[in-house]
Design a protein around this ligand. Structure first.
Ligand code: SF4
Length: 349
């Protein structure tokens, strides 16, 4: 039996019943694909369900307020995905008459849709013969065929995409792609693949050569940058002073607190002595309490945060357009990064 036939046979027997598999609606497929990027299925599933319920059609998504989308996205990370989706939905309304495109060449023009997502939507919705090459597919192909090309290089991507297109079942591209992805996720797993039950184990290069741990080959990413966030949490009359974050940094348009970022870790008295702090808050601030959070890992940076809590402070906010007092009751309407809503949950409850 051919490589892809084995995998599709396995898929028919073993696939998980995931809600986005029972549709050919390109909007729903798009929703699921973007939500599941960099996210495990178990973590992404409740988000997918919430989004689909709240925005059943692309017009609903396009008409939503950005803060509502980010709020629903809260905790999923990589918030630019939510913002890009909003822009994409609006473009679909304007340029495609509200009909979500299904063709690869149209999809690839849309914001936040790369080759992978365009191939997924076009093949799952209308069976366009475009191979989907995600991490699962890279791993499976690399191990079975013994390909040592670095997967996160442009040359590697080219070679793997070409091979994925060659092995794809051209009669049923959607099913073929789903099967490859599911097989990589459930059988040819990153650690401890199930080679014993794998229907490909007779001819698998990595298994025969004892190379499973070495494949696929990946170039190490750049080192992670450490950032030290000193947050000032000002509480006043059942409200807390929040900051709406600006562009060109992580968490654009999300809400955090007034922030004093430093190059090294400082204790609270040193933060209170920073000239930029004194300029706004004065020299005689007495914090009520200080909390340090566990380090927060993002893709290329590590955030070390501390929260300096101040009660009943009188502050003139005229110069600080991004700062405003938000009542505790209204906090859940404001989209916040995880590090902030975890802190607030403990503080307010
Ligand atoms: S035999 Fe093992 S390494 Fe090879 S394809 Fe199957 S699960 Fe992957």
């Amino acid at each position: 039996m051919q490589f892809i036939d084995e995998i599709m046979g396995w898929y028919q027997q073993n696939k998980r019943d995931l809600p986005w598999r029972n549709t050919s609606d390109p909007y729903v497929i798009w929703l699921s694909e973007i939500i599941l990027q960099q996210t495990r299925v178990e973590q992404g599933m409740p988000y997918f369900n919430r989004f689909q319920e709240k925005y059943p059609a692309v017009a609903d998504f396009a008409g939503a307020a950005e803060n509502d989308i980010l709020n629903l996205w809260q905790g999923l990370g990589y918030y630019s995905r939510g913002r890009n989706m909003h822009a994409t939905a609006q473009l679909v309304m304007e340029n495609h008459g509200g009909l979500f495109p299904t063709r690869y060449d149209d999809l690839i023009q849309l914001k936040g849709i790369g080759e992978y997502t365009a191939a997924a939507i076009s093949s799952f919705s209308v069976n366009e013969p475009r191979a989907v090459v995600d991490g699962n597919v890279f791993r499976l192909l690399s191990r079975y065929f013994g390909i040592k090309e670095v997967i996160n290089s442009s040359q590697g991507k080219k070679i793997f995409t070409q091979l994925a297109n060659e092995v794809m079942n051209k009669e049923q591209p959607g099913l073929s792609n789903q099967a490859m992805m599911e097989f990589g996720a459930l059988v040819c797993k990153p650690k401890s693949p199930d080679c014993v039950i794998c229907p490909l184990n007779q001819d698998c290069y990595a298994l025969k050569q004892g190379e499973i741990g070495n494949l696929p080959v990946k170039k190490k990413g750049g080192s992670s940058r450490s950032r030290y966030f000193n947050y000032v949490v000002v509480l006043k009359d059942n409200a807390v002073l929040m900051n709406k974050r600006g562009p060109k940094d992580i968490w654009e348009n999300l809400y955090d607190f007034p922030l004093f970022e430093t190059d090294t870790a400082l204790d609270a008295p040193a933060v209170l002595a920073l000239p930029e702090f004194v300029e706004i808050f004065g020299a005689n601030v007495r914090p009520e309490s200080v909390y340090r959070s566990a380090k927060h890992l993002l893709s290329h940076q590590t955030i070390y945060a501390q929260f300096i809590v101040i009660q009943d402070f009188n502050l003139t906010l005229a110069q600080k357009v991004n700062w405003s007092y938000i009542r505790f009751d209204d906090l859940e309407k404001m989209a916040q990064p995880k590090i902030i809503f975890s802190f607030l949950r403990n503080l307010v409850h």
